[in-house]
Design a protein around this ligand. Sequence first.
Ligand code: AP5
Ligand code: MG
Length: 194
Amino acid sequence: MRIVFIGPPGAGKGTQCRRLSAHYTIPHLSTGEMLRKASRDTPVGRVVGAYIDNGQLAPDPLVMRIVRKRLQRNDCRRGSLFDGFPRTVIQSELLDEHLSAMGQKVDIVLDLQVKEAELVERLLARAEVEGRDDDTAETIQRRLHVFRTQTAPVLDYYAGRGLIEQIDGQRTADEVFDEICDRIDTRLRNQEPG
Ligand code: AP5
Ligand code: MG
């Protein structure tokens, strides 16, 4: 099972993916986490870090290189849970190409919806606790703009294929989790065998 999780900054992608990954025993692939790690550990790190800190997307080829490498690991044979990826239509196309070469496909796209005022509140609260460099009032606005202009079109890309499940993210994390599991389980039951 390959699940794409799309939602604006602060919608709860990471929170839900950690639980879903344990519940369905499939690996959690967060490109945000991978890029933050790359920004600390690799020679191109400073360049990557600058994109993240400015709230802009890292270049598609760089993101795809990291994702393709991660998908080669054995644990991804069972499936994968993509957190915050793909984030551009080009990434969606390249992911489809990559999966189809391996005889795989995206099975479900979760569209986690939360109003902007709530997103800003959540991220500013998280800034107090975790101190992520991109959780400043100005950068949060830039990330929201990037989501509206570059990532929302990814939903249109998948819409025609009937893959999207819209999830109301403005409830407790437990309620959101239960709803997502219901949607996934229903799709799994209705999937053709094999
Ligand atoms: P990324 O790390 O993906 O960040 P993001 O999309 O901005 O989202 P967040 O991680 O901030 O929020 P989330 O939805 O995971 O919410 P969370 O569960 O933490 O990307 C960071 C950067 O990396 C990008 O800006 C870009 O530069 C780069 N990047 C990443 N992927 C890329 C790609 N594919 N291509 C190019 N560049 C890429 O929750 C947020 C807070 O809310 C937490 O404090 C949480 O406890 C709380 N919370 C969660 N659920 C609830 C709830 N139901 N009710 C109340 N509070 C809640
Ligand atoms: Mg996250």
